[in-house]
Write a new protein. Structure first.
Length: 202
């Protein structure tokens, strides 16, 4: 039997003790991450209720299980609030950083740039956490498209830094990355309403 969940694949024998142990391990993982099961696909068939019972009753013949999760409602609110704070702080940081790169390289720029990188890494981790939620992925496709664009812009920024083209660095920050962050702020507003949806009732 193969179980796919959270971008991981687990394999186990079709043995009730082994399956029960793995399900217990996964439930503990979900609890730690504040995820809960939304639904599963068992050999292509969607199951939304009595999931463990269904698996344990039919374990002998099951080949593939795909588990889709959603985030605890309060955790979603907390994460979205934190993302909004970081994004709004990042706008000011990018504006200052861009202005300083236009003026020329100095020691303060690199401290500010490291802070910018730390912010971006935090956002990447936060959005990776949200992306495991199938409901969010379905409702917020535009948001993840903007994130993809932003990743490309960061690669262009890295290239400009490698060649020490600081005017290009400033341009990318000012005209590309800042615009993507503005778009992210707009798209994240969609997330603020998700906890009100019936699908997110606890």
């Amino acid at each position: 039997m193969r179980i796919k969940v959270l971008n991981r694949i687990y394999e186990c024998e079709n043995d009730i003790k082994e399956i029960s142990s793995l399900l217990q391990e996964l439930n503990l993982l979900f609890e730690q991450l504040d995820y809960k099961i939304s639904y599963v696909l068992i050999d292509g068939n969607k199951i939304g209720d009595h999931i463990e019972e269904c698996i344990l009753q039919n374990f002998i013949n099951i080949k593939d299980i795909e588990i889709y999760v959603k985030i605890n409602k309060q955790t979603l609110k907390n994460v979205v609030s934190a993302i909004n704070q970081v994004l709004n702080g990042l706008i000011n940081k990018v504006e200052r950083l861009s202005a300083n790169f236009y003026k020329g390289e100095n020691q303060n720029i690199w401290r500010e740039f490291q802070s910018f990188i730390d912010y971006m890494q935090w956002l990447n981790n936060a959005f990776s956490y949200l992306k495991e939620d199938i409901f969010i992925v379905q409702k917020c496709r535009a948001l993840f498209n903007v994130l993809s664009d932003l990743q490309n812009q960061l690669r262009h920024l890295e290239d400009a830094l490698r060649y020490k083209d600081f005017i290009l660095v400033a341009d990318i920050l000012n005209y590309e990355i800042k615009q993507s962050i503005d778009e992210l702020i707009r798209e994240v507003s969609v997330l603020t309403h998700l906890e009100e949806k019936e699908d997110y009732a606890n």
